[in-house]
Design a protein around this ligand. Sequence first.
Ligand SMILES: Cc1cc2nc3c(=O)[nH]c(=O)nc-3n(C[C@H](O)[C@H](O)[C@H](O)COP(=O)(O)OP(=O)(O)OC[C@H]3O[C@@H](n4cnc5c(N)ncnc54)[C@H](O)[C@@H]3O)c2cc1C
Length: 410
Amino acid sequence: MEFWLDLNEEQQDLRAWVHGFAETVIRPAASEWDEREETPWPILQEAAKIGLYGFEFLVNTWSDTSGLSLPVANEELFWGDGGIGMAISGTSLAVAAIYGSGTPDQLVEWVPQCFGDAADPKVAAFCSTEPEAGSDVASMRSRAVYDEASDEWVLNGQKAYATNGGIANVHVVTASVDPSLGSRGQAAFVVPPGTKGLAATRKLKKLGLRASHTADVFLDDVRIPGSCLLGGKEALDRRLARAREKQNTPADRTKRSGQAAMRTFELSRPAVGAQALGIARAAYEYALEYAKTRVQFGRPIIENQAIAFALADMRTEIDAARLLVWRAAWMGRNERPFAAGEGSMSKLKAGEVAVAVTEKAVQILGGAGYLRDHPVERMYRDAKIYTIFEGTSEIQRLVIARAISGVHIR
Ligand SMILES: Cc1cc2nc3c(=O)[nH]c(=O)nc-3n(C[C@H](O)[C@H](O)[C@H](O)COP(=O)(O)OP(=O)(O)OC[C@H]3O[C@@H](n4cnc5c(N)ncnc54)[C@H](O)[C@@H]3O)c2cc1C
């Protein structure tokens, strides 16, 4: 499909619809849920009722062959509020893992359980990061051992910073089946609701995104049916055999990160970049209006070039980041190779722009910007995570640097 910057009618309708929800339902509640530091279940329910929270919504956005629907929707959702946006979007991490690694039967069985329904919405968690395995995913210590007698997998380990950890109906957990193979020896498993041995006793207190629940998850002899291995045992055995064959060949050593894994991450990054973009745009718009009305030295502060130029830079950076996000989303959907790490570029730029723009917005509001009376304080806190999760800015640069140089930069 050709790349086209004019949104079509459907995309414009989608944008207006999500924007309307963000404006009328999310924004008025944003400060309250940030203070409460709790998952806003009534808002999830509202979103589920109108079809904004659920698998159907994701399928509809994914089915857009331009790839732009998801970033467009995410930008509006997070324009409403970052914390509530993440409470609504967090489930999609687990769903993406099931979609990416599961069989069609697993998709049908587990995805509805991730979302629940409008009367009783549920959330799901994707648990990959560990205390000793953050950016360095290959050093994962959680283990999955197959018990042939009972056809069960037994999971042990600790997961860190899981969005929705412990409150999720469905947890998707990654673990190492063969640690000698590094990231190629890992697999993803569904832990069904109510499974014994999975616990998340400590909810983490965060700088921002406070309406989104984050917790460490402990796996203590968690026994799950063999069918909970995403993709199935035969596929895993084949993959492990291939990895063992290739292990230690010189070609393998230079391609440690694995092209397939990199492509999966690259595909999800523009959607995350769009979230950052929404927060940045909200802060910019607020600062622009404030600068037009705040009077000092007998004139609105926007009449000073220092303020007006700051706003000009903010808008320019946001628009530049959006172009990178849309380009990467289009490339991913149209199976263009990310030869220069374009997915990473989009997330890197949008995350850094969100941090810079929200900081400038606080500055433009002066003392008022530092108070909780104005939303830019919250946006400033919410934006920071975008240079950290889903791959830190340094890791994005690593991906881009390796892609453009062909050198295995460390
Ligand atoms: C609010 C929140 C929600 C999260 N949600 C989830 C979730 O749902 N599921 C999940 O699995 N994880 C989640 N995470 C974890 C997140 O993805 C990790 O925090 C992130 O990947 C970074 O890992 P780390 O914190 O261990 O940092 P580290 O990897 O320890 O990095 C520390 C610093 O070192 C730098 N660094 C590391 N290696 C290199 C290198 N090779 N070159 C240059 N610099 C390097 C990093 O960029 C960073 O600046 C979440 C985290 C937070 C805070």
